[in-house]
Design a protein around this ligand. Structure first.
Ligand SMILES: O=P(O)(O)OC[C@H]1O[C@H](O[C@H]2O[C@H](CO)[C@@H](O)[C@H](O)[C@H]2O)[C@H](O)[C@@H](O)[C@@H]1O
Length: 248
């Protein structure tokens, strides 16, 4: 594919749009269950889905069920758990990796390892686990040490740093892989990918979108490979609304 012409609109009727969730569509909150869905978000996503022929997907570190619970009317595809699961509609969730994981054992081990630190939040995911230290940032080292031990004792699982959290996800998964998987499918294939995200976990997917002739959009501060930056989720919402006006 050809690279974008200078100053060409980034989002066109031929785009495929990939959106991260936390820190991108919603502001970061003290706890994962405390995020607030902006009132205009469900309608904005529905209009984008309509104007882009269905080529709008969420790609998140959260698990699919969690995302679909926050956005029950979202009509598009959802890649969750850092690409370890994929849901093309609200009925089914596919596993995309071959790691043999006893997830209940992993959750139990993680919870026991941090039981002495109630400020650490254990997020149980169907394909991994996250330990959050946002409630007490001084516990970062404890979380990093515990997660390293869990990575060492759970073959096939790899560390995934996140904002005030450390996660374990199946090796070989990732948001770039989720983007590739979706770009190979109708209605995404043949379109130009645009990926917006805020975190380190999004960088590989932004790089992939750009390598395919599309665009990465970094939300917020920090080093990035993205060729475009927007300040925060509110700025992304305005940018998407402007794009919708142009798309008609
Ligand atoms: O890929 P994303 O959609 O950006 O998800 C990344 C992780 O987001 C969540 O944790 C982060 O957001 C929380 C709510 O704002 C915040 O409290 C936490 O400190 C952040 O790390 C989510 O809980 C994780 O499962 C996602 O992987």
């Amino acid at each position: 594919m050809q690279p974008l012409a200078r100053n060409a609109p980034v989002l066109t009727a031929g785009s495929a749009l990939f959106l991260d969730f936390d820190g991108c569509l919603v502001d970061i909150a003290p706890r994962p269950d405390a995020v607030v869905i902006p009132p205009g978000l469900p309608g904005r996503l529905a209009r984008l889905h309509d104007r882009l022929g269905g080529a709008v997907a969420l790609i998140s570190g959260r698990d699919v069920a969690d995302l679909r619970a926050f956005l029950p009317d979202f009509p598009g595809a959802v890649a969750g758990s850092h690409g370890a699961e994929l849901s093309l509609d609200s009925q089914r969730i596919q596993k995309t990796h071959g790691i043999d994981l006893d997830v209940a054992e992993l959750h139990g081990s993680a919870a026991r390892a941090v039981a002495a630190h109630p400020a650490i939040l254990v997020e149980r995911k169907p394909h991994g686990v996250a330990l959050h230290y946002r409630a007490d940032p001084s516990l970062r080292q404890v979380v990093e040490d515990v997660m390293q031990q869990l990575a060492d004792t759970h073959p096939g699982m790899v560390l995934q740093p996140a904002k005030m959290a450390v996660e374990l996800r199946p090796a070989g998964t990732g948001k770039d892989g989720a983007l590739d998987r979706l770009m190979a499918m109708v209605p995404f294939s043949g379109r130009v990918p645009v990926y917006a995200g805020d975190d380190l976990t999004d960088e590989a997917a932004m790089a992939r979108a750009q390598a395919l002739g599309g665009q990465g959009i970094k939300i917020g501060e920090g080093d990035t490979v993205a060729q475009m930056r927007l300040a925060d989720p509110a700025a992304l919402a305005r940018w998407l609304d402007d794009a919708l006006e142009r798309l008609g």
